[in-house]
Design a protein around this ligand. Structure first.
Ligand code: SF4
Length: 343
């Protein structure tokens, strides 16, 4: 349940990386995120979807202060209403922020050190950040979060190789939650798991979110995974947000041609289902040299001359927003020439 306060506020954010060297002046710039504004409500399970290369992982990492902010700003408000401006934090604020905002990794096999026991893996953030005063206190915190993540006490003495993928992901989740954060970025956190285990981990994340009042940014390339999990879904393409809506609206009536193509590609279990998958032309363009106008115009089946020149602005209402010239909706009041959305 959301409480209308904003946990993460992203304003006109650009994340750029200088790549390689140029013989003629400035090196090429890769724009991973280009002018995104987005509010993630406190207590929400907010989905971020898009193809590989859309910039969703970089955007998620920027909200954890793990990617450079080239333009714009990000503020994080914790559960005690303390506000952190990610571009302006001193060392103490940085330490406090690290405790309150955590990442759950994609690959439960690579994320856990094979030489550490489960107890030590979960306890490590507490010890590195010096958040407990004694080993007994650390052990108590580890046991408490392990139980919440449905791990047994005897599991804590074992090493990661003794566990299945789902159990390893529960260990990763316990490690992320042991510092009592209020904001979690889950980056493709079920993508490496079997489908039957995915549902188990998603249910665990949802129950932890409810019980602990967490805010989640759930990053996935798979729209079918976010459909039943997220309160709101933002669709990202080549560094921009192109559509934002609750899943029931997004799935019933997607407005952006890119969202329509993504949804049409979800396989059906019905053997009589006639495939109506929209085939997009070519690959996602390079973020080093993105197309002018609407960045989707090189692949969009509805592109017009205007799309090749003019970047669409965000239109819609409080719930459903879309950036496309073909959509006949009011321009959002706070909209800029780039992106502006809030959930
Ligand atoms: Fe397609 Fe034009 Fe809409 Fe972009 S603005 S999605 S190119 S119709």
């Amino acid at each position: 349940m959301t409480d209308k306060k904003v946990a993460v506020s992203i304003k006109d954010l650009s994340v750029e990386f200088s790549i390689g060297k140029s013989m003629f002046g400035k090196p090429p710039i890769l724009t991973a995120v280009g002018g995104v504004s987005l509010d993630i409500p406190r207590g929400s399970f907010f989905g971020l979807v898009g193809e590989s290369g859309s910039g969703k992982t970089t955007l998620g990492r920027a909200t954890l202060h793990a990617a450079p902010i080239s333009k714009g700003n990000i503020t994080f408000t914790d559960s005690e209403d303390r506000v952190f401006d990610l571009a302006e934090m001193d060392r103490k604020e940085e330490k406090d922020f690290r405790r309150r905002a955590q990442l759950i990794f994609q690959d439960p096999y690579a994320a856990l050190s094979p030489r550490m026991t489960v107890r030590d893996i979960i306890a490590e953030p507490l010890e590195v950040m010096k958040l407990t005063k004694s080993r007994a206190e650390t052990d108590e915190r580890v046991r408490e979060i392990a139980a919440r993540c449905r791990l047994n006490v005897e599991h804590l003495r074992r090493f990661p190789h003794a566990f299945s993928g789902g159990q390893r992901q529960r260990i990763s989740i316990a490690r992320a939650l042991v510092t009592q954060p209020s904001y979690i970025v889950a980056d493709e956190s079920v993508a490496a798991l079997d489908v039957s285990i995915q549902a188990d981990i998603l249910n665990l994340l949802k129950s932890l979110q409810r019980d602990m009042g967490l805010t989640f940014l759930f990053i996935s390339h798979d729209l079918s995974v976010v459909a039943h999990t997220c309160d709101t879904v933002a669709v990202m393409y080549l560094g921009n947000i192109v559509e934002v809506a609750p899943p029931r609206k997004l799935f019933a009536a997607p407005r952006h041609p890119y969202t329509q193509a993504l949804l049409s590609a979800i396989p059906s279990l019905d053997p009589d289902h006639q495939s109506t998958a929209i085939k997009l032309k070519g690959e996602i363009p390079s973020p080093v040299n993105p197309p002018a106008g609407c960045k989707f115009h090189t692949r969009c089946p509805h592109a017009t001359d205007r799309c090749r020149v003019v970047e669409p602005i965000m239109r819609g209402d409080a719930e459903h927003k879309v950036a496309c010239h073909l959509v006949d909706l009011p321009v959002l009041a706070q909209s800029t020439a780039t992106q502006s959305v809030s959930a």
